[in-house]
Design a protein around this ligand. Structure first.
Ligand code: FES
Length: 566
């Protein structure tokens, strides 16, 4: 007997399969479908349009284009809503809801009758959530992204969200630009639909989806408003029909090898620190771990090739014009596992063979033998302050600050930081290490992008641009500076970070991959551990009970393929 297809899949349980199918078709006919259409394979389209998500403003026309592709290839497209996460609209932080969106996506793919699904996402947490959900549902799936914003002009330079948001805000804080100019900039940072225009988390995740093989070749970097974006959507719809016929499921595409390929790309593009969390969570859904020591080994052997903001001068629209992620993959070819299968059914070797000879702008994508930096953008540090690791985006940091010992200036929470950072009486010098506690995954603030601590007001006004900053928080992929993140275990779970006090000495050595709190263990033992807050209700309670630390991608334990506590 052949497997059921389309509407005959996953019937509602009435104890009578024929009745369930008859009833389903009958209700579907109320939407005006013919019997012939209802007999076709169904391609689901995860529709994440939301008034609270500017990055997804053009999702409706992408969904229309996907439908066109599906129909032309002989299947029935049906879109369905899922949660949408607009980065700047969520409290306390979008990361808290990534797993909720992953759960929603997984269950709606599994519960509804579809032979394959096109995942339309874009903003930071949406692509990882969709890939996590699709990996767990294990129905054939294609990722389609909304694409990056275009840049806009401001007084003779180009602006793009959101590295320039931070750059101008820092200049405003330092008194270098006026209130009038910052108000002008506010209206010029995000001038089109699409995701942030730099190599932030959204662009990094789009690039990794292509590197994993879960997205059509050449589609990660197409700008949101470019007509090619709609053609990519149409092609994704058509490809989903073939994918359904081939029954090529995510577990055959997201593998140990393709995850390693994606890690290489993450390092070579100088990608977002957040993306490591997300890739770890996606990989955990298919039983693949990413030890931070593996990251260091790959980072030592993978050069940075792409020169985009936040570290370089270019934007995603430049990467698109320069050759896109295909150009990066071709440079990395000697380091990649070329036998990985992609959603087209081709191997990576076949994909790259077809693309050979394409134009590459070498200002944006450097050749392997003349890289921007000889080593990868991310490095993990370990030591008495971070026994399970911490992360530094060295490509966005000041190497002069890498081998240092400094005095800690500790802020116990985000509230404490906000209250004291600009206090003229704050005892701080440019040589000190700013330390933020209780901003990790198990804290009430749910790991916000607060690791990019502002330079204290009085130092900023004196011209200080960078200091060593250490926390259990995350950092926006669009930010830069000598910022040590994801200290694990986090302070709220009782990690050593919780016991740091102002005046302690901390030693950082990027060369030795070390981060140590230079306090006598007996003294540390005397210091109090935090008291866990009472569990809240609802989703926040599920989050508190199930959230894993950064080294496990902040997934929920029960959603991993192999739960750690189970
Ligand atoms: Fe959506 Fe930056 S706010 S990608």
């Amino acid at each position: 007997m052949t497997d059921p297809i389309g509407l005959a899949r996953g019937l509602t349980n009435y104890g009578d399969r024929d009745f369930a199918l008859y009833l389903r078709r009958s209700f579907a006919k109320s939407m005006g479908y013919s019997a012939a259409m209802l007999a076709k394979p169904v391609i689901g389209i995860a529709n994440t349009a939301s008034g609270f998500n500017n990055c997804h403003r053009l999702v409706p026309e992408l969904v229309d284009a996907v439908k066109r592709g599906v129909l032309a290839a002989g299947a029935l497209p049906i879109d369905f809503p899922t949660i949408s996460l607009g980065e700047v609209y969520l409290n306390p932080t979008s990361l808290m809801f990534r797993n909720l969106m992953a759960l929603d996506t997984e269950e709606m793919i599994r519960a509804q009758p579809m032979d394959a699904v096109v995942l339309v996402g874009g903003c930071d947490k949406t692509v990882p959530a969709q890939l996590m959900g699709a990996a767990s549902a294990n129905v054939p799936a294609i990722q389609l992204v909304t694409g990056p914003m275009m840049t806009g002009p401001h007084r003779g330079e180009r602006l793009g969200a959101c590295t320039d948001c931070r750059r101008f805000w820092a200049r405003f804080r330092a008194g270098e630009i006026s209130r009038q100019e910052i108000d002008e900039v506010e209206g010029r940072l995000a001038t089109t639909a699409g995701t942030c225009a730099v190599m932030g988390t959204a662009s990094t995740m789009a690039s990794l989806a292509e590197a994993l093989g879960m997205m059509l070749p050449g589609t990660a970097a197409i700008p949101a408003v470019h007509a090619d974006r709609l053609r990519a959507a149409e092609a994704s719809g058509a490809a989903a029909v073939k994918l359904a016929q081939a029954k090529l499921t995510p577990d055959r595409i997201i593998t140990q090898k393709s995850v390693e390929n994606a890690l290489r790309v993450l390092l070579a593009i100088g990608g977002s620190t957040n993306a490591l969390l997300h890739l770890t969570a996606i990989a955990g859904r298919v039983g693949v771990d990413i030890p931070l020591k593996q990251l260091n080994a790959l980072s030592d052997a993978t050069p940075v090739l792409v020169d985009l903001k936040p570290t370089g001068p270019h934007y995603m629209e430049d990467l698109f014009a320069a050759g896109g992620i295909g150009a990066v993959l071709r440079e990395l070819k000697p380091m990649l596992h070329l036998d990985c299968v992609t959603i087209t059914g081709e191997t990576l070797a076949q994909r790259l063979a077809e693309s050979d000879g394409d134009y590459v702008d070498r200002k944006v994508v450097r050749p392997l033998d003349a890289p921007l930096q000889p080593q990868g953008g991310l490095v993990a540090l370990f030591g008495s302050l971070a026994p399970r690791g911490a992360l530094l985006k060295r490509s966005a940091a000041d190497a002069k600050l890498f081998e240092r010992e400094g005095r800690a200036v500790v802020f116990s929470s985000l509230e404490d930081l906000a209250k004291r950072i600009d206090d003229p009486a704050l005892d701080v010098t440019p040589e000190d290490f700013l330390v933020l506690q209780n901003a990790g995954p198990t804290s009430a603030s749910a790991m916000p992008e607060a690791g990019y601590l502002p330079i204290p007001g009085k130092l900023a006004r004196a011209g200080i641009k960078d200091m060593v900053r250490i926390s259990d928080a995350r950092m926006s992929g669009t930010a830069y500076g000598t910022v040590v993140l994801h200290v694990t275990p986090d302070a709220a779970s009782g990690g050593p970070l919780a016991k740091a006090r102002s005046g302690d000495r901390i030693r950082m050595s990027v060369k030795e991959r070390r981060l140590d709190l230079l306090v006598d263990p007996a003294e540390l033992a005397r210091r109090e551990a935090p008291v866990a807050a009472a569990p809240p209700r609802g989703y926040a309670r599920l989050y508190r009970e199930q959230i894993l630390q950064a080294d496990h991608g902040c997934d929920f334990d029960f959603l991993r393929q192999a739960p750690l506590k189970g």
